[in-house]
Design a protein around this ligand. Structure first.
Ligand code: HEM
Length: 386
């Protein structure tokens, strides 16, 4: 009998054959182990993402939720509260002009890429993408520069779960508490001395007299740290993995850097780090002959929708020329990612600089080790030979 448990560590290594069976035979699947439905077809996932009245985020959107987050953050509220938060946060994002940030991003990327020049082997994650994302985050949010290592360590722990049970353990909860305490201190300091950084802009964002309250600024800041470190860092690791494994694609991108944007979109489709998010049903729904009930949890398997042959012909092929503009790598519907512009820009600049310093690299053998998480999928290490 077919089994699919989105919380099982077995799913991390290679979810794609399981996703295919789900799409073809069980497009609306109830997992007894996980007590969760899974939607795996592109059209069903997108429809659910748009229909927030039925598929609510207010009970949390991570497959394993952190304490006191559901119902309080952008990703874990429904309209109209969500629209209000999104408007205010977008306002702050727009003021933190990306053009102004791109020079700082390039300096960070160049510095790290140059440190890899001439090295026969390195870990593309530990030595490059992970350091890069934290430094970019520190520059964008305006966190104190010396805090890099502790912010990275705690942010990574926050998104992980117990490798076996996939529940949050005391170390994950403690990391989240540390991050909230840390962020509160930085916010208090920025309120007193505002600067041109996202935390100051979030604290002062105002639309028609409406502002984010103290708790909203705090939870938004911790969400952005989590998104920056894990979503962006995890995706850069996946992009690096694709280029390290698909030699023809890497050669094409190195020879013609203008292709890098297309290669990024194809990686967001082919194996996004943001694999599965969760919703809670507000009413009974019958889909593909299955009766789902109000109160049931539903997993939206973005990683599966992106491999749906009904939407993307020859979906299991990594094709830099595909230009898949409507993939689900950033989700879809009302909660679609707010950080798309900064994520695309940062990844592009990072790999442009990496390729100038290290144009040729390939993955060295050995099994992959994946981050213990039921929401995100990214390797813990990526050893490459240059
Ligand atoms: C390539 C990197 C990234 C990927 C793959 C990614 C992916 C996603 C996905 C799939 C969602 C939807 C979650 C859901 O359906 O519940 C999301 C939401 C979100 N992302 Fe990203 N993300 C990335 C980078 C970032 C960055 C760098 C930031 C901010 C600095 C960010 C901020 C957010 C926020 C605030 C939301 C919630 C939006 C809402 O609920 O309205 N993301 N992201």
């Amino acid at each position: 009998m077919f089994r699919f448990d989105p919380y099982s560590p077995l799913v991390d290594a290679d979810p794609f054959p399981l996703y295919k069976t789900l799409r073809d035979e069980y497009p609306c699947f109830w997992s007894e182990q996980a007590q969760t439905w899974t939607l795996s077809r592109y059209a069903d996932i997108l429809a659910a993402g748009l229909d927030w009245k039925t598929y609510s985020s207010a009970k949390g959107n991570l497959m394993t939720e952190l304490p006191n987050r559901a119902g309080a953050t952008l990703g874990t509220t429904d309209p109209p509260r969500h629209d209000r938060l999104r408007g205010l946060i977008q306002h702050a994002f727009m003021k933190r002009n990306l053009e102004g940030l791109s020079d700082a991003i390039r300096d960070i990327a160049r510095d790290l890429a140059q440190s890899l020049r001439g090295r026969p082997r390195f870990d593309l994650i530990a030595d490059f993408s992970s350091k890069f994302t934290v430094r970019v985050l520190i520059a964008a949010l305006g966190l104190p520069p010396g805090d890099e290592d502790s912010v990275r360590e705690k942010a990574v722990l926050m998104v992980q779960s117990d490798p076996q049970t996939r529940a949050k353990g005391p170390q994950h909860i403690a990391a989240y508490a540390w991050m909230q305490d840390y962020a509160s201190k930085v916010i208090a300091e920025r309120r007193a001395h505002p600067q041109n950084d996202l935390i100051s802009l979030l604290s002062t964002a105002c639309i028609d007299g409406d502002r984010l309250d103290e708790r909203e600024v705090l939870l938004t800041t911790t969400t952005l740290i989590m998104a920056g470190v894990e979503s962006l860092g995890g995706f850069m690791a996946m992009f690096g993995l694709n280029l390290a494994e698909f030699e023809a694609a890497r050669r094409a991108v190195v020879a013609d850097p203008a292709l890098i944007g297309d290669a990024i979109e194809e990686s967001l489709r082919f194996n996004t780090s943001a694999q599965r998010f969760r919703r809670c049903l507000q009413k009974d729904v019958t889909l593909h002959g299955q009766n789902m009930h109000a109160g049931d949890f539903v997993c939206l398997a973005y990683g599966s929708g992106n491999r749906d042959e009904r939407q993307f012909p020859d979906a299991d092929r990594y094709d830099v020329g595909r230009k898949p503009r409507h993939h689900l790598g950033f989700g879809g519907g009302v909660h679609a990612c707010l950080g798309t512009a900064v994520a695309r820009l940062s990844t592009r600049i990072a790999f442009e600089e990496l390729h100038k310093a290290v144009p040729d690299y390939r993955r060295t053998g050995g099994p992959m080790h994946w981050m213990p998480s039921s929401t995100f999928r990214s390797p813990l290490r990526l050893e490459v030979a240059a």
